[in-house]
Design a protein around this ligand. Structure first.
Ligand code: PMP
Length: 330
């Protein structure tokens, strides 16, 4: 309970004006390597901007507020923490905090900030000092911080996106591992997103080194053809997406739809009856045009709509099934 927690006192700062104005706090506290810190006090020196991020890994997690139940449900918290552990392991970061400790810290942070709305929660781990993975840096403990901010869900809002196949190839496991959530991977996403905007599209769709469909800049992709749901496999240069996993499970078990994880050709995109993107930020969002080709009837398809509604109801705890995916902040 909020009242039983000791809130850290906001102490007076050193009286020095920050060189760059600090983004205003959306919630008063964040968590930094073991303690709750008032937002304004969580600053670092300007010389640390840049290099520590090349080894940084993070998670993006949503909390859905259910007003009727006065409950905040964190979606698939266990899986997000497991992926953070995997990302840190691949970056050879020392396990300074266990998944259980980070989970407790995250839930405490929701309580101390009295979060009673839809939220986006981001744990991020980075290592200071030697950036090149030298032996000396290997022994260094990572810093971890967790931030929380309000974010409105776009589910059931009947929005849709246009997409363009990118001229940039998705990063490959032989260079940067797309399966983990590492900051450097987003340099590739950024190139694709910039190109898509310049060409008038909302989002890019990347092909991988083999020339088949990979994913978008911050979300995974599903197509629907002849009643079958198809998505590229986790070996197609994609993030091991938790929303993708959830959609597969919901489509198969609750909607009894055939789902195939297999390579997807570029022209299959154009020939699809429906396409949607999915991810923690993206949730489930229809794509109605790719490279100027209209997809299906040019609006959200029937199967996409069913998946989106079910995803919404499950994530928000309106549908009581899949209870193991929801962590209620008590
Ligand atoms: N691919 C990329 C590149 C992403 O950044 C994201 C967002 N985390 C996703 C896919 C979707 O992953 P998740 O469902 O775990 O949020």
């Amino acid at each position: 309970m909020v009242d039983q927690l000791t809130r850290p006192e906001a102490t007076e700062g050193p009286g020095i004006e920050p060189l760059i104005p600090i983004a205003p706090a959306t919630f008063p506290y964040l968590w930094f390597s073991g303690r709750q810190v008032p937002w304004e006090q969580a600053t670092v020196h300007v010389t640390l901007v840049g290099w520590p991020s090349i080894g940084a890994v993070f998670e993006g997690i949503r909390g859905y507020w259910n007003a009727e139940q006065a409950a905040l449900y964190i979606f698939r918290l266990r899986e997000h923490m497991a992926r953070l552990e995997m990302s840190m392991k691949l970056q050879r970061m020392l396990p300074r905090f266990s998944a259980a400790e980070l989970t407790a810290a995250l839930l405490d942070l929701c309580r101390v900030n009295d979060a009673r709305e839809d939220v986006y929660i981001q744990p991020l781990a980075f290592t200071l000092g030697s950036m090149w993975g030298s032996r000396a840096a290997m022994g260094q403990l990572p810093e971890v911080f967790i931030t929380i901010r309000p974010i409105e869900s776009d589910l059931l809002k009947e929005r849709s996106l246009t997409a363009g196949v990118s001229s940039w190839t998705r990063i490959h496991d032989r260079a940067l591992p797309p399966r983990i959530k590492a900051i450097p991977n987003y340099a590739n996403s950024r190139l694709g997103s910039n190109e898509a905007s310049r060409h008038g599209y909302d989002v890019p769709i990347f092909l991988n080194q083999e020339g088949t469909v990979a994913e978008s800049s911050g979300s995974c992709i599903f197509i629907v053809r002849k009643g079958e749901v198809v998505t590229p496999p986790v070996t197609a240069s994609i993030l091991e997406s938790i929303t993708r996993d959830s959609v597969i499970e919901l489509a198969r078990t609750a909607l009894s739809l055939p789902v195939h994880e297999r390579e997807v050709d570029r022209t299959e995109l154009y020939a699809s009856d429906e396409i949607f993107l999915c991810g923690t930020s993206m949730e489930v969002t229809p794509v109605t045009e790719v490279d100027g080709y209209q997809i299906g009837a040019g609006r959200s398809g029937e199967i996409t709509g069913r998946i989106e509604r079910l995803f919404h109801d499950v994530a928000r705890g309106i549908d009581s099934r899949y209870a193991h995916w929801r962590t209620r902040v008590e």
